[in-house]
Design a protein around this ligand. Structure first.
Ligand code: NAD
Length: 289
């Protein structure tokens, strides 16, 4: 069996076109342009790449995008004051706090400072909590990207065996809840599962496998159940190559659908951030259409 490849770029183009239509319609009807502000402290090569991608996509969608770059030596308090200013600025619809922040800054405390209605990364406990209640407006973009990719090839979730590997708050934890709400049977694996030497046994049962660990080729190709859908979120370096958490070539021989790394979840993630922006933009202005 040769798996269908779920190309992130192709899906990103499709969702971008839908978002562009909606942003354009809102601009025409209400004469409103949405604005996204990314807050960064100092310079970081990784976050500069992500910022560039956000800026390019915002431009394509007709969204105003502002980078607020603060010096390395900004105090924790001044940073909080600046976030507060963005909360109070009625022109600002969404706020992103880029990581990393200086080592002695409490990232969680800064996230708590962002008004939940402007938290486009869905990291505020109020937004994460709504996922538990199945009432969320914004889902962390990587988890939302995985759901969008799954929707491309999963017709029915009810009763399917899902194995989620990785339990971070931005990927694994929200996905487990979102998939349980679709009535899938979800097994939640992580480092503890590997320590107990039970990872392979769980993976072998998975109709749907999602892996987000950053451990290159953690999941061997011959563990994959025949016909499984596999989404690989992990990104790591092997020599000068970027690789995922799954042995891609071998997994392709057994899976029915699989996402590649690179070119899989990554491109869809930035688009889902903009989808969150659209959602908070409408919610804050009580626009129902
Ligand atoms: P994380 O780095 O916070 O945590 C890693 C997770 O992997 C933990 O749950 C840990 O228990 C688990 N883990 C580690 N080693 C393991 C092992 N040997 N066996 C089983 N589980 C193990 O997680 P994260 O922030 O979700 O990032 C995970 C990966 O996804 C990273 O490679 C990251 O770069 C990538 N990522 C990609 C995107 C994207 O848009 N493509 C977005 C976010 C994260």
């Amino acid at each position: 069996m040769a798996a269908d490849i779920i190309y992130g770029k192709k899906l990103a183009v499709k969702i971008t076109a839908q978002l562009k239509d909606e942003f354009t319609r809102l601009k025409e009807k209400f004469h409103l342009t949405s604005k996204l502000v990314a807050v960064q402290v100092g310079q970081d090569a990784g976050s500069n790449v992500y910022l560039e991608a956000q800026s390019k996509l915002a431009h394509e969608l007709g969204i105003e995008f502002e980078k607020k770059i603060f010096p390395d030596d900004i105090s924790f308090n001044d940073l909080k004051v600046n976030i507060e200013k963005l909360n109070n600025d009625s022109d600002v619809d969404g706020i992103i706090l880029m990581q990393p922040v200086p080592g002695d800054f409490d990232f969680e405390e800064l996230i708590l400072k962002i008004m939940p209605l402007k938290d486009v990364e869905g990291l505020h406990p109020q937004n994460l909590g709504k996922i538990v209640l199945a009432t969320s407006d914004v889902v962390p973009p990587t988890a939302a990207a995985v759901m969008a990719m799954l929707d491309e090839c999963v017709k029915e979730y009810k009763g399917r065996e899902v194995v989620m590997i990785g339990h971070s708050p931005i990927v694994g934890k929200p996905l487990v809840l979102l998939l349980a709400d679709k009535l899938a049977t979800v097994r939640f694996c992580h480092i503890g599962t590997s320590i107990a030497d039970k990872l392979q046994a769980h993976v072998r049962e998975a109709d749907i496998l999602i892996v987000a660990t950053g451990v290159s080729h953690l999941v061997k190709g011959d563990w994959i159940k025949i016909g499984a859908v596999v989404i690989d979120v992990g990104i790591s370096k092997s020599g000068d190559k970027i690789v995922g958490d799954v042995e891609f070539e071998k997994a392709c021989q057994r899976a029915s659908c699989i996402s590649p790394v690179p070119g899989g979840v990554g491109p869809v993630t930035t688009v889902m951030l903009m989808k969150n922006l659209l959602s908070v933009f409408k919610k804050r202005r009580d626009i129902k259409i």
